[in-house]
Design a protein around this ligand. Structure first.
Ligand code: ADP
Ligand code: ASP
Ligand code: MG
Length: 407
């Protein structure tokens, strides 16, 4: 007998009929003799609807109340799924994040899990019940409800799987695995049978929203076998694990993109020790995360500095930068929030030269201007205008022949 943690995303529980389908699937796993813990998201669109309600009232909601609000979506689905299971003759019990006691820090809207007390879960499993846990939420040491960031139900599932030492953590979603790129953008994207934690971590951090990055981090750290599967069709899905001999010998495992980027530039900054800190210090103090950073070589003892931030933080970052520009005596500040980032990811890149130049050549061939570049051992990212997203991703997918299995 195995212990399996399953997570069903928003689309998979999007209607009461679909919640019924999930109950059938869970029942199937029970019938095969497995213990099952299920984590569910809010019904699709619900979290956005709740965020919309708040913004009808204020543009500066209290972070604490915001988490009280957005965590309610998941409470609806846990109850409905338990009803559907019981109606099918399978005893089940639901828990909110605070009831299972998923203890987090107090960073509302992006809380980190510190500890899980799974005594209740263990007792229910021993009593033959299916345990259904609300994803995306926890509780801090003061008893306040917290949430784990968009897509956070993935992380709830992996954290529970780690705490319970589950045999596998299965993420059921609306695609049947992890693909070489988002199959909604490139129709001949190819499903991967396996991908390493390292590559999946890069894909997630570079914008592939199929798994929340923290879920991948957690799974890697605690060595939780993680699988992405379809809620709607049968199949093996994609296993995310450490590198082994069966891994595909691919140069590039996938293409990720991120639509949430914006870039800011400060021009003509006097080139002195400490300018980078003076520019980026106030940005990070305002809790704005900076992604790529480029500083030009100084000319006439002044330099230019460009960096990217999340699009939601663009206005805030621009205001701060304008203020810093005055203080530093910089010439000009400008920005662009109609840019996106496209990245090639692959551990095979480590031992191969020429990938970057092929990437640049391909983009040039489509008349796409590259605005920023950043590289690491296993990825190359470029920033381009938003309008080139689909064209760029498709051209790169074709140029690197990702639709073909590397044999
Ligand atoms: P859920 O609501 O189940 O959590 P998400 O919308 O968060 O589902 O994640 C699934 C979506 O991720 C897919 O519908 C797909 O459009 C997108 N996606 C992005 N990149 C990839 C990729 N490389 N492979 C598979 N899906 C991807
Ligand atoms: N409901 C939350 C969201 O939409 C969490 C999740 O679905 O993983 O982001
Ligand atoms: Mg998701």
């Amino acid at each position: 007998m195995s212990l399996i943690v399953q997570k069903y995303g928003g689309t998979s529980v999007g209607t009461t009929e679909r919640i019924g389908n999930v109950a059938d699937k869970v029942a199937g796993w029970r019938d095969k003799g497995n213990d099952v813990v299920v984590v569910v998201s809010a019904m699709s669109g619900e979290t956005n609807r709740l965020i919309g309600l708040a913004s009808d009232i204020t543009d500066k909601p209290s972070p604490r109340e915001m988490d009280v609000l957005v965590s309610t979506g998941e409470q609806v689905t846990i109850a409905l799924l338990c009803m559907a299971l019981e109606q099918r003759g399978y005893p089940a019990r639901s828990y909110t994040g605070s009831q299972v006691h998923i203890l987090t820090d107090s960073s509302f809207s992006k809380a980190r899990i510190l500890d899980i007390d799974n005594q209740n879960v263990q007792k229910d499993l021993s009593a033959g019940r299916v345990v259904v846990v609300a994803g995306f939420q926890g509780v801090d040491e003061h008893g306040s409800i917290t949430t784990l960031g968009r897509g956070g139900s993935d992380t709830t599932a992996v954290a529970l799987a780690a705490a319970l030492k589950a045999d596998e953590c299965q993420i059921y979603t609306d695609v049947d695995g992890v693909y070489t790129t988002d199959p909604r953008v490139v129709s001949d994207a190819r499903r991967l049978n396996k991908i390493t934690f390292e590559e999946m971590l890069e894909m997630a951090s570079l914008g592939s929203k199929v798994l929340q990055i923290r879920a991948v981090e957690f799974a890697g750290k605690y060595n939780v076998p993680l699988r992405v599967l379809s809620s709607f069709e049968e199949g093996e899905g994609t296993l995310i694990s450490y590198e082994d001999e069966e891994m595909e010998d691919a140069l590039i495992s996938g293409i990720a993109f991120n639509r949430d980027e914006a870039k800011l530039t400060i021009l003509g900054v006097p080139d002195q020790p400490g300018v980078a800190h003076k520019i980026l210090g106030p940005i990070s103090e305002a809790n704005v995360e900076v992604d790529m950073i480029v500083q030009n070589i100084a000319e006439d003892s002044t330099t230019d500095f460009t960096f990217t931030v999340h699009r939601n933080d663009y206005d805030k970052a621009l205001d701060i930068l304008k203020q810093s520009a005055d203080e530093l005596g910089a010439r000009e500040v400008n920005g662009d929030n109609k840019i996106i980032k496209i990245s090639l990811v692959g551990v095979g890149m480590r031992s191969h030269a020429g990938i970057a130049s092929k990437m640049f050549e391909t983009l040039a061939g489509e008349g796409i201007n590259i605005r920023m570049i950043s590289t690491s051992e296993i990825k190359i990212s470029v920033v381009v205008d938003e309008k080139y997203l689909e064209l760029g991703v498709r051209a790169l997918h074709e140029a690197f022949e990702l639709e073909k299995s590397p044999q």
